[in-house]
Design a protein around this ligand. Sequence first.
Ligand SMILES: *Cc1c(COP(=O)(O)O)cnc(C)c1O
Length: 462
Amino acid sequence: MKYLSTRGRVRSLSFKDAVMMGLADDGGLLLPESIPQLTPGDIAALEMLDYPELAFQVLSRFVGDIPSADLKSLIDRSYASFTHPDITPVVHHNGVHILELFHGPTLAFKDVALQFLGNLFEYLLAERGEKMNILGATSGDTGSAAIYGVRGKENINIFILHPHRKVSPIQELQMTTVTDPNVFNLAIRGTFDDGQRIVKEIFGDLDFKAKYALGAVNSINWARVLAQVVYYFYAWGRVRKKTDCREICFSVPTGNFGDIFAGFIAKKMGLPIRRLILATNENNILTRFVRQGDYSIGAVSQTYSPSMDIQLASNFERYLFYLYDEQSGRVRDAMSELASTGRLAFTAAEREKVAQNFFAQAVSNAETLETIRDFHGKTGYLLDPHTAVGVRAALDLGDGQTPTVCLATAHPAKFGEAVQLAIGQEPTRPASLAGIEDREKRCETIDADTTAIKNYLATHAL
Ligand SMILES: *Cc1c(COP(=O)(O)O)cnc(C)c1O
């Protein structure tokens, strides 16, 4: 399988080169040159595989340049860190199926992709005799999942900037209690936006970037999307066994359009997905896009589901490539229009095409808490606020016949404050968080200043 850029000026990359490139050199995002097509017979053969076997079957169709035994071992090691024997179990409550994606080391779905990406980076760096210094800014979930993805790995250092005292206590502890010598937590005296700006400025200094072999782990890496395609097939197999259904719907709480885009790829491969329900919080740009063809950037508002407090969805460009019938010239025009005007408009024909794949709903803060409370009252099952956004949309938009799977993207204990507000009590902590306050911590507090952070990198980089 070869890879190309949505903007058309990078082509014929191998899978391994696409992973190492991350963002395409022409500013676009990388995609496979064609999507592997599965017949109903192929899909039936995947239904009863366990998670690692299924991951191998799905991933190997997109990889091609890693020997099977190596790919299998990368997959096995990545999912051995999950605490549930099914990796991503499916449970059923109150008329919806819930795909629990939070049994990895940091209790959020990002582990599914970042455990794999960490192992893959280590494998490719060893093969090439190279080193990498990962640099990123986080508002919470991505930082800890990335840190757990590469902690203790050879030839990789990771530097994660988080705003000092401005991430939730649990999220901060999940990062700062990782004391492996290759992990550098930097608490900056500033905001998340300062962190993002600094990271952008440092990546923009191409000499510095090359000198220190800087790498990124944000959701634009193709390997992250690919690892997420697997659990759509997994959920299909489990729900089909239970209901003997012919089609399925998924409801996906969405921020950067990464997770739901993986579902779109699964559908393009032939998985019989009737509807993809795109659920947003009050940051509703993607809902406006699906419902009204209006993609215009607004101000970010803070909600109970902070990992979805995003306006510019970084993976959206991948979807535009397909919406524009794979014409990279049109993607280039659209991205420059978006950069200069802050909005994109769509024709009636394009909106019709979007409507064939997606339904969308924006869920308010009040509705999020109400959904956690109602669901808990009816079933005793506790939703985290991100998952609650998706469940609410599923309950409102389901067709009443097709089984609907809601992606549970975080464990409720990660967002205890919102849960407390909803049901008046804190969720029980899973074992991985027990006593986390008492563990040894490693974190440096530093000014939100690009030069100061560059100096820090220069001293501590591999
Ligand atoms: C990152 C995240 C999301 C949003 O995922 P995208 O791929 O950005 O759409 C949803 N829920 C949780 C808990 C997350 O950490």
